[in-house]
Design a protein around this ligand. Sequence first.
Ligand code: MTE
Length: 395
Amino acid sequence: ENAGDDAILKLPPWSTSLGQPVAATPYGLPSKYETAMVRRQSPGLTQVAGSSVSFMPLQGMFGIITPSGLHFERHHQGWHDIDPSRHRLMVHGMSEDFVRKPKVYTLDDLMRLPSVSRLHFIECGANTGMEWGNVAVPTVQYTHGMVSCSEFTGVPLRTLLEDCGADLSKARFVLAEGADGSSMTRTIPIELVLSGEVMVAYGQNGEMLRPENGYPLRLVVPGVQGVSWVKWLRRIKVGDQPWATKDEAVHYIDLMPDGQHRQYTSIQEAKSVITSPSGGQILLDKGHYNVSGLAWSGRGKIKRVDVSFDGGINWVEATLQTPVLSKCLTRFNVGWDWDGRPAILQSRAQDETGYVQPGYRMLRAVRGTRSIYHNNAIQSWKVAMNGDVSNVQVL
Ligand code: MTE
């Protein structure tokens, strides 16, 4: 038994032979050993994969940036790799009173305009939507994987409206339309555009957008649910009333307990989740753990995150990893000594407006259990005596 460790005593091939040449993979790929870090579909969630969602593996990610190849995907009618030389963006108004000089931009036109780069999260309104009534899925990838965070680069939409001679005193809403077969059209309130935050983006994490995420153009609407971030953006129309399109009058509405629907509930309220340890993982032994997770708010910056290890009786304040940016993922960490007894781990975010993430009891008292969208309830992970971590709901 004193033979020692071969991994130290015997030289492996990578210490005794020539390695791969540079540019062997002109566009780099992850290690072949990193097979678990992939986007996943939830079996049976939708009838066809062309109109479905793939979830990002947040249980295994570090920091706040989502690698572009792992960004979650949500398509209503599949994705295309659009030839950028044939893509156009039209900007016009309900009439010339709204936009004096309607224009059609090529990608080259847009890239000559002043650009900005900003880090923001995008969360589908349906993220955590399967959990409204009861525990439904086992892992954080499926409970919370419809969120991602990137640095986006593009032209503020306000700049384009000014370039087209839009009357910004008359304009109250813009309509954004995508070029895919789903006729994705969404109404955006003009206040968001005037703030300068809404962006017509071509860049993501330092490179062009990925085709799945809207190459070559997508709308970036910080703080607002993902459906308004129209991909393959081809048209912006300026008007004075919401358009009540199919994707805002019939879909993406919140069913209330009294049977009424709420429309135009677009902002993603403060939310957080512990990503490690999380459902499906196993704690190998009692002892020290770094409990880590993500928090975000569609209304600004995260102010604090509290973590409980006993199902919400006692709370400790977690450390927020800098930078803490507005409408961006924020990483939090807190140390925990597991004594080997069953435990329930939870995180609770508060944003700079003072809003505190609700528990399931509080959220369901107002919203009921039959909704799909905007479930920002506190997530609970149960640690069993044998170290198994599972999804539970604690009221
Ligand atoms: N834009 C178009 N043109 N077509 C779409 O199907 N899906 C929307 C939105 N923009 C969609 C779209 C929805 S519902 C979401 S949640 C986000 O894109 C998802 O963006 P992602 O695929 O880059 O994660």
